[in-house]
Each structure stands twice: as C-alpha cells, then as structure tokens.
Design a protein around this ligand. Structure first.
Ligand code: XMP
Length: 510
C-alpha cells in the first residue's frame, strides 16, 4: 500500500483516489506522522502531497525527517517536491509570480517515473515557489519553459519530485506517471477492489459486533443507507434503524427509502414522524448556524428518546454512522488548522450516548460507497441520489422556514431533479437542487399581477464538495425547467440559475 502524507487535504485526497483507482490501497496520514505510525502500514511507497503553504514560510509543515531513512521510494508532488528538496539540502525560491495552468514538459529520459511517456508531455502546474538548486546526488529529469527543475530524482535512494500535479486530469498522462511510481518503482501489488473491500467490511462488522445489537440513524442520504445495508447483511435483525422524519427531506424520500429497507428485510425499522416538532422549533429562526444547531439538537433528542424507550429492551452497544473517508480526514485535521465554515452535526452523537462507534464506510470515498452499495444490490436510482446536507431543506430556505415554503421548495426541487433525469443530465452533476429565496417579487400571470417567491436553481460539478464549478446546463433545458416550475408550483413566479463557483460561494445557501 501507499502512504500519502497530507500537506493540504484536497491534494492528498485526489492522490489517494488515483492510487486506489489503480487498485492499490492508499491511506492519508498527517504530514508529520511518526515513523511508528507509518511503519504500522508497512507501505511500499510514500507520496508527499501538494499543499497551500510555502516551504519558505516560518513554521510551514514538514514531514518527519526520518522518513528519508526508511529505504522505501518517496515521491514529492508540488509542495511535497519542494519540501523534499529543501530538507535534503537543496534550495527553494519564491517565483516572481504564481504559475497556473498547462505547460509542455520536456523529459530528459523516458525511464523511471516517465517510462512509456513521450519526450514532450502536457502537464498542469500551480505553484509560486520553485526548486532552484538540487540536493547532492539528485538530478533534474524534466523541465518546462517556465520551470527548469520541473522534476528530479535520486536514483539510488528512489526519491522523486514533480513540480506539476500528476493527479489532475489536465496532466494528460498523469495516471501513467502514478502507475510507474506505484507498480514499477514501489512494486506494489493490486490489493484494492471494491468486491473484496465490501466482503471484508461485512465480515469485520460480524467479528466486531458479535452478539451485541447496533442502532443506526437513517438520514435519507446515500451513505447511511449503504452503511445500514452492509450492517444488516452482517448481523441481520440485531440492527435497529431509526429514521427521523424531520419534514426537511426531499419530496417522497422518507417513503422511498423506508419502503426499500422494509422490502429488503429490515424488521426493526422505526420511522419517527417529527416534522411538526422541527417546524415549531424553527419558527422565526433565520440565522443559519442557529438553524443548524436547533436541527442537530432536535435530532439527537428524538434519537436518544427512541433508544431509551422503544429500543430499551435490546442490548445495544454500537451506534453506526455513515462517516466516509474524507469526513474522517477532515475532522482529524480540523483540530490543527481548518477554520469552521459551517457546523456539521454528524460527528458528535456517540460520546453522549455512551455507545461505541461503528463506521463501516470510514475507509471509502463517495464513489466507492456507491460501488459498494451496488455490489450488495442497492438500486442505481437510490445510490446515485446527489449529496444532501444533514439540516436538509432548512438550509435551502434562506431565512425563516415555514410549512408553506417547505412545500413550495419540495415541489420545485422535485421538478428540477425530474427534468434533469429525463434529459440524462442528472448523473453528470455532483449536486443539483432548488433553494427558496424569501423575497417576494412581482410577476404577471394571465391578466393579473402576482407577488410570489423566487426559486434559485443550483447545479455544481465537483469531486468532493470542497470546491465546485457551476454546471453548464443546456439553455433549452433550463428554459423547460423554469417553465415547468412556474407552471406547476403555486407560490413561485421567478426562477434563477446560480452561476457562482465555490469558492467564493458555498454549495448550499446557508
Ligand atoms: P458547502 O455548502 O459547505 O457544502 O459548500 C459542501 C458539501 O457539504 C454538504 N453539506 C452538509 N452535509 N451536513 C452534511 O451532512 C451538513 O450540515 C452539511 N452542510 C453542507 C453540502 O450539501 C455539499 O455537498
């Protein structure tokens, strides 16, 4: 397997996903992971990821220097390339400006990392600093017009550096470079395929849980559904599923998910209808963070209550969660650096209840969760629903949440999604939804003047939700969606399409 030391989580995740796509296990560790931690995995190679810092800054992140004595191949990418050069005695300099975009790479020898590539390759750069002088016993292996030492190697030690990013698709043969590193240089074996991974998850749950019972919260989303089905496969009716219907889910979702689970043998599914409670508690609340907290607390309260009453007689020891790999890496690093932009309540419940945590998806990326779900027979339509935030439609109604607004939004959203599906556009998009702006504007319908709400449509392309671009929905389809919403949903007289990227906007409105 390959260890990726994390100097900036988006970069590290992309590298890990690429390595796994090659069929080799990849794990992300903190940039300063101890040798002991690294050795536990017995890696065949290490990749130092890119990151936003500059090695020339005081206190910029550094790996444990001892990794260079482990006698395993190391590949530095961008920041990783610079930090390796700097630590091993080379010199890094600030460039006069930040270089960003595609460049033509001239390769000296098509061996090692570059074997089976051409002499000229299109690669993608994003950097401010560059390596000016190499450490002793290192040699330059490629350059571009703007960056002389675009890559280097120390053949004897099997250390390599790339100033550009092989993990992004703009680097045309980036996958080949990573393949060369993983298989030719590190001699890794293929050990990561989703069928085996899924089987192992199920047998691990069996072993871990034994005779105990498990409770899982069904949120309506893909992750908790896949987690629940995997656990059910492992322990059958010792799994108790609690689905809190907070009235904030997408149209028809509670019925769709609960009838699927019932049909698939879930005997202990408790759907708790609590829409009134949620709407009452949200009355006159317009601050986004307050809304999130209210929803999080109400959920915990109902969940706890169900466990203490309905499920009291069962020997429940575990609380299962649909936490996936990026959530785990994000929350581990957030204590170090990341500032809180929005509070997610998913990670706080188990300590309160005194349960042990069971996280069957904790090693998987979203696409792997979907693949695992498919291997155990979850229908495509359920697996390919777009991500949905814990606080649900409450963060898609800007300002006060009312019953009327919820109904309008659910209808508009359902039409939007249905039209995207009919046009074959839905699965090209990372996340699409409607949101309601609490403004009333003037329109005209027939002979009369209307005074109704604005619906805004958001559809974004993204890899992991950390950054996103607005999806280019074809104009005729946009027009069709707008007419359908205005025609069918009472209370809306204007539809907007959001063309903002993240950053600076977030995906959700609150
Ligand atoms: P933002 O709005 O921060 O969203 O750009 C990034 C991704 O996270 C989802 N999201 C949430 N998911 N609980 C969740 O489980 C939450 O509180 C939450 N808030 C945002 C959002 O839908 C997008 O996919």
């Amino acid at each position: 397997m390959i260890i990726i030391l994390n100097f900036g989580s988006q970069f590290a995740h992309l590298l890990a996903r690429r390595v796994r796509d090659l069929g080799v296990r990849a794990e992300i560790l903190s940039f300063d992971a101890s040798l002991e931690e690294i050795r536990k995995y017995n890696p065949s190679g290490i990749i130092l990821s890119g990151g936003p810092a500059s090695v020339l800054e005081k206190n910029s992140p550094r790996p444990n220097i001892e990794i260079f004595n482990l006698e395993i191949p190391i590949l530095g990418v961008c920041y990783g390339h610079q930090v390796m050069a700097k630590i091993l005695g080379g010199k890094v300099k600030h460039g006069s400006h930040r270089e960003f975009g595609k460049e033509i790479l001239s390769i000296k020898n098509n061996t090692g990392l570059f074997s089976s590539l051409s002499k000229k390759e299109t690669v993608w750069f994003s950097h401010g600093d560059y390596v000016e002088i190499l450490p002793k016993s290192f040699s330059k292996t490629a350059s571009t017009m703007g960056c002389d030492i675009s890559s280097f190697e120390n053949k004897e030690k099997q250390f390599f550096g790339l100033q550009f990013h092989p993990e992004v698709t703009h680097t045309i043969h980036g996958e080949k470079i990573l393949k060369n590193f993983v298989f030719k240089i590190c001699k890794s074996k293929k050990d990561w395929n989703i069928q085996d991974v899924t089987k192992n998850i199920i047998s691990d749950i069996k072993k871990k849980v034994g005779k105990d019972h498990v409770v899982v919260g069904i949120s309506g989303g893909v992750d908790s559904l896949v987690a629940a089905r995997l656990i059910h496969k492992a322990i059958g009716n010792k799994l108790h599923a609690v689905f809190v219907d907070n009235g904030l889910l997408r149209k028809g979702e509670v019925e769709q998910v609960s009838s699927y689970l019932r049909k698939n043998g879930f005997k202990k599914l408790h759907v708790i209808k609590a829409d009134k409670l949620f709407i009452n508690r949200l009355k006159d609340i317009s601050d986004p963070e307050t809304k999130r907290k209210i929803i999080g607390h109400a959920f915990i309260e109902i969940f706890e209550n169900t466990i203490k009453t309905t499920l009291k007689k069962f020997p429940i020891k575990y609380l299962a969660q649909g936490t996936i790999y990026p959530d785990r890496i994000e929350s581990a690093s957030s204590s170090k650096s990341v500032t809180k932009i929005k509070s997610h309540h998913n990670m706080t419940l188990p300590e309160k209840l005194g349960f042990k945590i069971l996280e069957p998806l904790a090693d998987l990326y979203k696409d792997e969760v979907r693949k695992a779900g498919a291997t155990i027979g979850i229908p495509h339509e359920l697996l390919w629903r777009h991500p949905f935030p814990g606080p649900g439609l409450a963060v898609r109604i800007v300002g006060d949440v009312t019953k009327d607004r919820l109904k309008i939004l659910q209808e508009a959203d359902a039409i939007f999604i249905e039209e995207l599906k009919k046009a074959g556009e839905y699965e090209k998009i990372w996340q699409a939804f409607a949101a309601l702006l609490p403004l009333k504007v003037v329109g005209v319908m027939g002979d009369s003047r209307t005074y109704e709400y604005i619906i805004t449509l958001r559809a974004v392309d993204s890899v992991d939700g950390m950054s996103a671009d607005w999806h280019k929905i074809p104009n005729p389809l946009l027009e069709k969606i707008s007419s359908a919403i205005i025609g069918k949903v009472h209370g809306v007289n204007r539809v907007l399409y959001d063309i903002t990227q993240k950053p600076p906007a977030t995906i959700e409105y609150e």
